[in-house]
Design a protein around this ligand. Sequence first.
Ligand SMILES: [Zn+2]
Length: 451
Amino acid sequence: MTPILRLLLATVLMAAPPAAMAQMELPPIPPSVEDSYSKLTARSEVAEALAAIKGAGVRMFEEQVRINEVPAPPFKEQLRAEYFLKKMREAGLPGAYIDKEGNVIGVRAGTAKGPRLVVSAHLDTVFPEGTDVKVREKDGRYYAPGIGDDALGLTNLLTVLEALNKSNIKTVGDIIFVGTVGEEELGDLRGVKALFRDIKDIDGFISLDGVGLGRIVHHATGSHRYLATFKGPGGHSFSAFGLPSAIHAMGRAVAKIGDLVPPAEPKTTFTVGTVAGGTSVNAIAATSTIGIDIRSNGNAALLEFEKKVLAALQDAVNEENARWKSDKISVEIKQVGDRPAGVTPIDTPIIQAARAAMPRVGAQVRSITASSTDSNLPMSLGIPAITLSSSGTGGGSHSPGEWYSPVNNHVGAQNVFLLTLALTGMEGVTAPPARQASSPIKDTGNHGHPA
Ligand SMILES: [Zn+2]
């Protein structure tokens, strides 16, 4: 570890809560990993491919602009998916296709029965239909909603694919290139859920998401969201007095949920974020609805705590009915969000390889951190997964003022190119890391694959 890296990691450690610090202890990178990279970079095909990517910076950015200007609102990614499919086919995967969920998938077959690695980026944006997605330059910054998140990741994916094909490099394992739908909030990871439901033998997963080379996401915060709607008979506040109230039942539920104590470790949180209901101050409320958000860094803790929240809703109904000797209050519970939690352990080959790749292209690991991305799903299934940010500078993600500047924009693509070779193995040069014992995918029950 270089002194600068040690310093940067120390900064990350100091900013992290004590429980997270233990996870941040970085094991040394095994010599075998460094050895693979030395063998790879010594090959002329690899050196030429890296040089070609370096020379493609301007072209990459032009492509990023074109991708961004094909709108991809939540649940309406089809236009961008069709454009991306065309680009994937042109880049060397004529058999690429769009699956039932809307994901664009292209498989670059390896030479042997090696590991199958997914390299992905997400097609969707958070911006609604009608948003102006035209890219505009001002003082060296290129402004457009979605330009960094994730038109940049999609561009890097195409760049890696093209470099592999132009150099005729053969990998031992398969590389499955995927443009996913439904990564952003309301999409609820529907694209990546479909991918892992339909393709059963994936050994590793890389998501290219957003700006900020040097960031490795290895931990997924899970979230479950609910709308709970209380229903009752309703009536006049004076003449119908004695009937149970949907709002009173809701109040009991909010108080009960508010008193729950979640575990500190893994970090688990909750809030009743919204309330709505009633029609008039002088009417016993017939309906009321609350929105509940539950999050955790651990799936078991998430499910355990969720049970208590759901039980509190039913207890509140029972109490309100008992208070008025009634059975007229009920609650309807609707799940509106399901992102599973998970972690890729820090000593997993995919993380060691990702850490070792960056210095080979002149970059540094800046943080190893938690976030909610497409990698949540494979992590929850025990499949090694990471989310990487790409190079360049940018800001304002998820806002209309989002911007990107293509400073050294080739470095991120070089990094993913090398990492992909290391993880799938280059025929005749390096062997890929052994396939994971957890593959093919374990059945984890319904969780993560909601019906
Ligand atoms: Zn994103």
